[in-house]
Design a protein. Structure first.
Length: 414
């Protein structure tokens, strides 16, 4: 089979792009999940799509290939280019342009038979004209009508098709911002391609570009949420590569402001438990039946969010709820510390004990999610309590090890 730079199976290129960008320190021989030929073909496709971002490093184990993208210097996500390199058949592209040439304006409305005859007339000028049967044309028209590109109008027993009115595009700055910050921002990138280039007005300190590789998965989940459907998820456990298939009801997408990582909150395990799934661990999404209890499940999630610090809804200790509280001391010129506590408390509460002391407390499903945030106050903590004694012991043990590493005395008294 001849090699093509166009992408037929995005899920495959998605895996390789993730490997090259996130884990780009493997030689050709270390990619054991696919054949060497498959590796070479996908690498060549990525090199073609992301020309200028591929880098090579020679090591004793061989030549490592990786993607190098400095998001501070790149105003637009270059990974979107992969979505614009999809493959198509000669018949698809020919019929696409013929249909929109025939239905050249919104006021032109034709029946299936009239459109099929017009297609035949336009192709008759060629020595060996391609022939499209009526069922093929009907299928393509219905596909475009479902996408909103065409409108179907029924008059009596006949159905007529016409082009939709052209939508008014948002301003360039709106699309610039949307395409780089919003879930499924690739849509904004496609719209930007229809506009004249101009200098952008945005720069991003934290530019999370890898989420673009999950846009297809995210779009399918958004459709499930909008239509209140159950879906079938195929997920992968990265450490061992094991895949699992399960049914779940998608309820909400949550995005970490710290890492940009995207999560699905869904009712799983026969809808008895609300769980989180990392989007980059979801391989495919298939729509199922409409869920009659969708509103009840969504209400359950809203109530649970009062005790969800991150995305975890289950503690490792098995406790239904865990309590955390700590006291922070700050100086007279450090009022910003108190303001930060108020700003970042999420589902917790902050109490001002004195002019220079405040107490934070929260009841959450998984207190371990809070530890990275609590560590940022380490030098100001005067008291700290976890209801889970193992978690408290683990936290204090880490403090002791850090104190010993830096030669600080009294670490055990933290």
């Amino acid at each position: 089979m001849a090699y093509s730079e166009l992408i037929k199976n995005f899920s495959r290129i998605r895996d390789y792009m993730r490997e090259f960008y996130l884990y780009g320190f493997k030689s050709r021989g270390e990619y054991t999940q696919k054949s060497a030929r498959s590796y070479d073909n996908e690498r060549r496709r990525i090199e073609s799509i992301l020309d200028g971002y591929m880098r090579f490093r020679q090591t004793p184990e061989g030549r490592n290939v990786f993607l190098s993208i400095d998001s501070r210097k790149v105003p637009h996500n270059p990974l979107y280019k992969a979505w614009k390199a999809g493959s198509f058949t000669d018949g698809d592209i020919t019929l696409h342009f013929l249909l929109f040439d025939i239905l050249y304006a919104p006021e032109v409305a034709l029946t299936l038979q009239e459109i099929t005859e017009a297609v035949d007339r336009k192709l008759a000028v060629f020595e060996e004209p391609r022939v499209f049967d009526e069922s093929t044309v009907r299928k393509k028209l219905k596909e475009y009508a479902a996408e909103g590109l065409l409108i179907m109008e029924k008059k009596g027993k006949s159905v007529r098709y016409r082009r939709s009115e052209a939508a008014q595009l948002p301003g360039r700055d709106v699309l610039d911002f949307f395409s780089e910050t919003a879930p499924c921002g690739v849509i904004g990138s496609f719209l930007l391609d229809k506009m004249e280039a101009h200098p952008g007005h945005f720069a991003f300190k934290h530019h999370y570009i890898t989420s673009s590789m999950d846009s297809e998965i995210l779009c399918a989940l958004f459709l499930g949420i909008r239509e209140k459907r159950e879906v079938t998820l195929e997920t992968i456990h990265r450490p061992d590569g094991q895949t699992h298939v399960l049914k779940a009801v998608p309820l909400q997408i949550m995005v970490s402001v710290q890492s940009g990582r995207q999560y699905l909150m869904a009712a799983a395990d026969h809808r008895q438990r609300i769980r989180s799934f990392r989007l980059d661990n979801i391989l495919s999404v298939s729509p199922g039946e409409v869920c009659g209890e969708y509103d009840t499940l969504r209400g359950n999630l809203e109530r649970m969010r009062q005790h969800i610090w991150g995305v975890s809804t289950h503690s490792f200790s098995g406790a239904r709820m865990e309590h955390v509280d700590f006291t922070v001391h700050f100086g007279p010129d450090e009022e910003h510390i108190f303001r930060r506590l108020e700003r970042e408390k999420r589902c917790g509460t902050v109490e001002r004990i004195s002019e220079d002391t405040a107490r934070f407390s929260a009841d959450v499903y998984d207190a371990s999610e809070m530890i990275p945030w609590i560590r940022t106050f380490i030098c100001r903590l005067t008291e700290l309590h976890f209801s889970d004694p193992q978690l408290q012991e683990h936290f204090l043990h880490d403090l002791q090890e850090m104190a010993e590493m830096y030669g600080v005395e009294g670490g055990e008294d933290a």
